[in-house]
Design a protein around this ligand. Sequence first.
Ligand code: NAD
Ligand code: ZN
Length: 494
Amino acid sequence: MSARPDVLVGFMGAGKTTVGTRLAELRGGAFCDVDREIERRTSRSIPDLFTDGEEALRDLEETVVRELVEGGETRVVALGGGALGRHGTRQLLAERARVLLLDAPLDVLWARVEADGGAGVRPLAASRHRFEDLHLQRRALYMTAADAVVDAAAPPAVAARAALDAGTVRAGALDRLAEFAEGRRCLTIVDAPVADRVPDLGPRVVLPGGEGVKTTATVEALWRQMAEHELERRDLVCAVGGGAVTDVAGFAAATFRRGLDWVSCPTTLVGQVDAGIGGKTGIDVAAKNDVGSFHPPVAVLSDPTLLATLPDREWAAGFAEVLKTALLAGDPLWTLVRDWPNGRGPDEARPELVRRAAAHKERVVAADPREAGARATLNLGHTIGHGVEHAAGGRLLHGEAIAIGLAAALDLSAAHAGLDPAVRDDALRVLARQGLATRADGLDPDAVLAAMRADKKRVQGAHRFVLLEAPGRAVWGVELDDAAVAAAVAGVLA
Ligand SMILES: NC(=O)c1ccc[n+]([C@@H]2O[C@H](COP(=O)([O-])OP(=O)(O)OC[C@H]3O[C@@H](n4cnc5c(N)ncnc54)[C@H](O)[C@@H]3O)[C@@H](O)[C@H]2O)c1
Ligand SMILES: [Zn+2]
């Protein structure tokens, strides 16, 4: 776990105190709210201090934040949004803290503030209109300072758990590896295309990347390297690369000496929003991912600037998973994705995309770490998508098959779960803008259905579909009759 204190930022109603108190318990340290601390020290209220001028208040804030962040006892700090307007404070946080944005849809925030006494308690919440304006202004500031977004619409216990495990998403994130490696032996396992982007932490193994590395032979080679470099239980594995590399390196870490700590550094879009998060590790023996373990990394460090070298096809395939996540998460991610321009979009928007998509997975995993329930929703588009992937026999990337699977799942959702067909059409446009096909060329529907039946046998019983009622509202475990499934499959085959 990061040695740095966590600094929680977020709008009124996000639950900085509730979530912060719980997070501090999980981290085994104290919680401190900067505003309350300033009031305590000055014996004056914040609104009263404001009358001395904003500059004086920001000075005070900067001093208090520095003391808390550098003091060592406080593990979790709650900070008012205005403080981020200060360059000095932002810089201090970037260097010394992990900044977590507690984020919830505006309606949720407003409802909480109203229930809490509304404008009587918080003058800035005088009107919904004003509340919205201020929220819009603050959002940009939060996003430039945040290392991670935490879904604060979740119950406080889930949000705190997600905050604990939230990854750092920012340019230069890998520089922080040294912090985790300090004082212990470290083996770095890195995907070839990013080998020169990783700080030197001692011995390293460069893997060629791609699905082909997820074998027992790779795992044995990694175990032998760990043995050769005398890694013990207290030592560390740093896994840097696409999902294939983090899966196999995480699995080797999970099993060597019954489990070493590892840091996951995903370098593909799929990795940063999905594969690098959540603690599932594994390899392919008789079938994909059939051998593995749950072994959560101690930290996830994602540098979105690494995505610049990703081949276009890999980016687009990753975007299919981003779309899936956005449909499950609802706003604000859904709007961001729905309106995403062609391809990779603007540089400055990419960290927000990754942070919000990662936040959804972190939240779902926090609520269901061992896949006993709600985590199943992450399979939206995957039941038919897997069938398509198998039937295509290697011609399609996983994400490309999922784009087709999503199209089918959204058709089924419109027919059986009351999804507004306009949402399906929006989603299809998102995929088209990424150059992803939403129909499979020349695939035999029987081959797709046969592959789905083989999948179904493995999970013993009926196909259970994840369907979408609306963005942000999924249902899972839905059984559909064969005719409906066959029609959906036929519908996405050209
Ligand atoms: N553990 C999980 O929860 C989970 C979830 C989803 C997927 N996965 C697994 O993830 C794997 C797919 O991951 P993926 O989509 O990242 O593919 P990948 O790991 O195969 O990487 C794709 C390609 O990109 C290269 N690459 C990596 N980073 C790069 C960069 N920054 N610039 C240029 N090239 C780069 C790799 O060498 C590889 O050739 C599958 O094995 C899948 O089973 C795991
Ligand atoms: Zn997937």
